[in-house]
Design a protein around this ligand. Sequence first.
Ligand code: G3H
Ligand code: 13P
Ligand code: ZN
Length: 327
Amino acid sequence: MAKVTSTEMFKKAYNGGYAIGAFNVNNMEIIQGIADAAIEEKAPLILQVSSGARKYAKHIYLMKLIEAAIADAEENAGFDLPVCVHLDHGDTFELCKSCIDGGFTSVMIDGSSKSFEDNIALTKKVVEYAHDHGVVVEGELGTLAGVEDDVNVSEEDSSYTRPEEVEEFVTRTGVDSLAIAIGTSHGAYKFKPEQCTRNAEGILVPPTLRFDILEEVSRRLPGFPIVLHGSSSVPQNFVKLINEYGGKMPDAVGVPEDQLRHAASLSVCKINIDSDLRLAMTAAIREHFAQKPADFDPRKYLGPGRDYIKQIVKHKLVDVLGCAGKA
Ligand code: G3H
Ligand code: 13P
Ligand code: ZN
């Protein structure tokens, strides 16, 4: 199987009431952990690369590693692993063009911090170039709080998507999918303690996402794939391991998995997950060094990191996204 766009994936996901996992990749172990989970669960994948990831690992390394994962699936598991290679949070036409020219099958142009008109103009320009090259485009309306590369959006500057803007945005830009803001945010601290209640174990219980906005957007854009960013659930077993073994992540909290499952059963076809992979890798490495402080061979601690990533991705595919068996 060659790299694919998300067009067919989204059509099947929309009609089937599930979502595709879009996992951020930065190195070999992360790619292997995700791909091995998808192979075992027979799930389609979106592997996404931020501009920070591209700066860290270089475009060509990530592309070749992703191609290696596809070839490995075919040669060693006899499985055609469908992979959409996506640019996460592209902020300029030039960056999107470079990824399109370099073999990505999908790009996001994130004009969400611009005015409505400037967002439309930039998104339309990217769509025209992308569609001419067989590549699909994700746009964004509404601003998520949190940190994306060099962009740091404070909670005060974040804003929910205005449903009354979505039809005009989609029609005038020609985008293939739309990211919306309904209360999720990037990173491992998605809600302030004062926005939450606490359960019997003292763990924060966050407020419910704005499903009313999602439903109104879907009513206005029937059959159109919606994307959720900032959708890590911040597994408390990883947070506990990190804190137990010298880390300091008090009150880290994510989006409850039952709410993500509900979103996936509606019009949400792509769910973005990065922080959970970072937590998995960090928990494994901290645990390893706490138990075997004399180790200094990177394979000894990156291997367990890869195993924890595979474990959490399998759980997402089966229990949260519902896309296991859909490849
Ligand atoms: O949305 C942000 C993603 O988690 C990517 O993070 O820009 O630090 O690579 P990054
Ligand atoms: P998380 O920080 O919740 O993993 O979100 C990742 C994301 O939205 C990437 O675009
Ligand atoms: Zn994002």
